[in-house]
Design a protein around this ligand. Structure first.
Ligand code: UDX
Length: 447
């Protein structure tokens, strides 16, 4: 008999995981505590923008014409507990308000709601990013609060998906990491992941703390790579060198690699910034804070980039105040192919200029609704051309394909002054310069 799977939490991670599990052939029940989310998902609609996820949901959600019917949603914990042989916990672990530490309240609440209903042997698998040591604590809680006792077992299986590539990353992961305490748990997880679709992904079996640490150390490494190249960009700016060519040249060394070396206004989103902070906080609790002091510098290089972009804009406007200046901002999300504006460097830069008196108009292909919610006092336009109308300077802050495909000549006719600052090093400088623009990018010489 095929395994039945529940997925607790239907955000980016959970909605994608649930749809992917259905795609792998399992019967899946997704649970969330927010009724609107459940209603949307049950209609096959995705609560966020994620390429390919809507199609995958509609392929499997029960009641949708032509679907496999393998996926449905509920708010009922008892139903979820009875349904699943394996329960994946995919809830959010944000940064605590006013602190660096990770807010574990959603994970704790999920386990506390599920445990009393577990009357038959079950495997509960954490996927959320948590401070090392959490799995140990949660395993003890489960055994103590589930009617089935020790037969309610825990495992940890961190998720490495990127927004914008969530479906692809879930179905074809670079690696699968499982922290387990029994052969039974390992066997069940191998059964889940050893399908023709996920075949070929390395399967790494380890203990709880290693599994938890793999996730935060991977994200710390990625953050370090980005801040490293941004630090080089600062030096390039001072020395008149070109960080784009520098990144390409060092990237040819396989040991370094080309990826994650794009200099610009730095990293944001719901993961990298909060994960490195929570990691520092946890290391401090463990008495290992010295080991991670470098992450403080990674964070500060990253945050500094936003201020440097603001200063670049000020300089392009002749220095002094932003008062009375019109600033067009292309991009609001923390990266392209996502509508997520959490800790978005683009929105932060737009906000700083606005708070200093600039008249800021933002356009983003998918992030407008979220940006409006987070920063309602900014100006918003319905297109790039509308955003740049009358602008004294244009800032390119999220590298959407739509922006790379813009015609600089068309935009040139709408602006007051043809000056574009590329905060992502993603536009073609020659294209813009040929159309009469002053093009400047972070870490590259001004031509
Ligand atoms: C990240 C990890 O990549 C993923 O494995 C983990 O599961 C969750 O966190 P995500 O937040 O979706 O994924 O975004 P990612 O593609 O890693 O980009 C993070 C930020 O870094 C973005 O703001 C992006 O613009 C920035 N970035 C990325 C750079 O500034 N330069 C680069 O070279 C690469």
């Amino acid at each position: 008999m095929s395994l039945k799977i529940t997925v607790i939490g239907t955000g980016y991670l959970g909605a994608t995981h649930a749809a992917a599990m259905a795609e792998l052939g399992f019967e899946v029940l997704g649970l969330d505590v927010v009724p609107e989310k459940i209603e949307m998902l049950q209609r096959g609609e995705v609560p966020m923008y994620e390429p390919g996820l809507g199609e995958l949901l509609r392929k499997h959600v029960t009641g949708i014409e032509g679907s496999t019917g393998r996926l449905r949603f509920t708010m009922d914990w008892a139903e979820a507990a009875d349904f699943g042989d394996i329960h994946f916990v995919c809830v959010n672990t944000p940064q605590k308000h006013g602190e660096y530490a990770c807010d574990m309240s959603y994970v704790d609440a999920a386990i506390a709601s599920l445990a009393p209903h577990l009357r038959a042997p079950a495997l509960v698998v954490g996927k959320s990013t948590v401070p090392v040591g959490s799995a140990d604590r949660l395993a003890a809680y489960l055994a103590a609060h589930a009617p089935v006792g020790e037969d309610a077992e825990l495992a940890w299986n961190p998720e490495f998906l990127r927004e914008g590539f969530a479906v692809q990353d879930t179905l074809h992961p670079d690696r699968i990491v499982v922290g387990v305490r029994s052969e039974r748990a390992e066997k069940l997880l191998r059964e889940v992941y050893t399908t023709p679709v996920t075949e070929g992904s390395p399967f790494i079996v380890t203990d709880f703390p290693t599994a938890e640490l793999v996730k935060v150390s991977a994200n710390s490494f990625l953050a370090t790579k980005i801040s490293f190249i941004n630090a080089m960009a600062e030096v390039c700016e001072a020395a008149g060198a070109d960080v784009g060519l520098l990144a390409e040249a060092i990237g040819h060394d396989d040991r370094i690699g080309k990826k994650f070396l794009r200099a610009g206004i730095g990293f944001g989103g719901g993961c990298l910034p909060k994960d490195i902070r929570a990691f520092m906080a946890r290391a401090g609790e463990l008495g290992a804070d010295q080991a991670l002091t470098f992450l403080r510098e990674i964070d500060s290089i990253n945050m500094r980039r936003r201020g440097q972009m603001v200063e670049m804009a000020r300089e392009a406007l002749g220095g002094g105040s932003f008062l009375g200046k019109r600033v067009a901002v292309l991009g609001a999300t923390f990266k392209p192919d996502s509508d997520d504006v959490r800790d978005s460097p683009a929105l932060n830069v737009a906000g700083q200029i606005h708070l200093q008196g600039g008249q800021v108009t933002v356009y983003d292909p998918k992030g407008m609704d979220n940006a409006r919610r987070v920063f309602p006092t900014l100006g918003y336009a319905r297109s790039a051309v509308e955003a740049v109308r009358g602008a004294d300077v244009v800032l390119h802050l999220t590298e959407w394909r739509e922006f790379r495909e813009l015609d600089p000549a068309v935009l040139g006719r709408a602006v007051a002054s043809r000056v574009i600052l590329d905060g992502r090093n993603a536009l073609d400088p020659e294209l813009w310069r040929r159309a009469g623009w002053t093009y400047r990018a972070m870490g590259r010489p001004t031509a």
